[in-house]
Design a protein around this ligand. Structure first.
Ligand SMILES: Cc1ncc(COP(=O)(O)O)c(C=O)c1O
Length: 385
């Protein structure tokens, strides 16, 4: 028998769209992929070189379970230079992607029945992480007219003695929007009441901000966990490296989880990550400029095609567009677009009930492909009309 906990894990629908798209490609179709949430850019050369050098130099063994000291130091320097916050290497645990970091944090924080507040819509995997360690995700709706920013008063209304964390993700997947400094401060002020409540901030899209300014939760409170990783900003998804910055009291317990379940992150990739933080600034700036050009183009085309974008997204690489005038059921709509327009898009329902009626478009694809995708959508919509 498969355990109840495992059987209850839901699939990541965007992967279902991708798998159907791949099937169609094998049968000869040409698909434009706007469903996938991963950089299309190659990993920066300095990162690849560092990885190869690390292999040659014999970095093929376990490392310290918290991660190489030099990398943890580089992460602290990065946070200090970017956000003017002080973080010490003994507050950092390096993991094989930010996904295991999410697992460590919720494992360390939650007793059975403890609650975690998440936004709706949210990154599809969050509720599964929470439920798997017997926690309860409590969804707080965020609205298109607010640019999908949390309303702190709606979070406050959900806080009770069982609340252990308020989860934020800015810039956000799937909406691409940023939390304002004011709202972030208001959310940070909620930490500590009840005493057991922390803010958990997924900062994986930091650095990919085209207008405005992202803020680390550590600028506002120390009662916080930061989740971050190298997948998005440095185009390193397949290299699998992330980290958590945590209050000191949690480090030793989470270290024991890491020692037992994962031992350590990949040694060679930790060397590559040091190069990413210290040398890849120019590559990141170039990628960011290109993302921004695509962002502007995609928003303009989607608006022309009649999709609703009330507040233009300014971060990550997503546009979360209102498609309620086309269909109530975003799952059916996404598959209909895939079958009939050969364009992959992510259905809003993948990101929570409040995402229903929306489609997520990713601009982690070339301008040429995005233009072709938009033209195909236009023809599809003209046919439907
Ligand atoms: C918001 C968010 N958090 C975490 C992750 C996981 O990233 P990784 O495990 O590659 O670091 C993703 C990946 O899409 C994401 O969008």
């Amino acid at each position: 028998m498969i355990s109840k906990r495992t059987a209850e894990i839901t699939s990541f629908i965007v992967m279902d769209v991708l798998e159907r798209a791949n099937e169609m490609e094998r049968a000869g179709s040409h698909i434009i992929h706007l469903e996938v949430g991963e950089p299309d850019f190659d990993t920066p050369p300095c990162v690849k070189e560092a990885a190869c050098r690390a292999l040659e130099e014999g970095h093929t063994h376990y490392t310290h379970s918290l991660g190489m000291y030099e990398l943890r130091e580089a992460i602290c320097e990065y946070y200090s230079a970017t956000y003017r916050v002080s973080v010490a290497p003994d507050q950092v645990i390096v993991t094989s992607g930010s996904s295991p970091a999410i697992f460590l944090v919720f494992s360390a924080l939650l007793e059975t029945g403890d609650e975690v507040i998440i936004s709706d819509p949210h990154y599809a995997c969050y509720p599964n992480f929470i439920k798997f360690v017997q926690g309860v995700p409590v969804a707080v709706p965020v609205y298109e007219e607010d640019g999908f920013q949390y309303r702190p008063e709606l979070i406050k209304a959900q806080i009770n003695a069982r609340t252990r964390a308020v989860f934020i993700n800015s810039p956000s997947n799937p909406t691409g929007n940023l939390l304002s400094k004011k709202r972030m401060q208001a959310i940070a002020d909620l930490a500590g009441a009840p005493e057991s409540a922390y803010i958990v901030s997924d900062e994986i899209y930091h650095g990919l901000v085209y207008e405005g300014q992202e803020h680390s939760i550590l600028e506002f409170t120390e009662r916080a966990f930061v989740l971050n990783g190298f997948s998005k900003l440095f185009a390193m998804t397949g290299l699998r490296l992330g980290y958590v910055i945590a209050p000191r009291a949690f480090i030793r317990p989470m270290q024991k989880l890491q020692q037992n379940f994962f031992i350590s992150a990949n040694a060679m990739v930790q060397m590559a990550a040091i190069a990413a933080l210290k040398k890849a600034g120019g590559d990141v700036a170039r990628m960011k400029e290109i993302y921004n050009e695509r962002r502007r183009f995609m928003i303009a085309r989607l608006k022309e095609l009649g999709f609703g974008i009330t507040v233009e997204p300014t971060g990550a690489f997503y546009v979360f567009a209102n498609a309620k005038h086309l269909a109530e059921d975003s799952y059916k709509l996404a598959f209909d677009i895939l079958e009939n327009a050969q364009v992959g898009v992510a259905p809003g329902i993948d990101f929570g009930p409040n995402g229903e009626g929306y489609l997520r478009f990713s601009y982690a694809n070339s301008l040429e492909n995005i233009a072709e995708g938009m033209d195909r959508l236009q023809k599809y919509l003209e046919k439907r009309a």
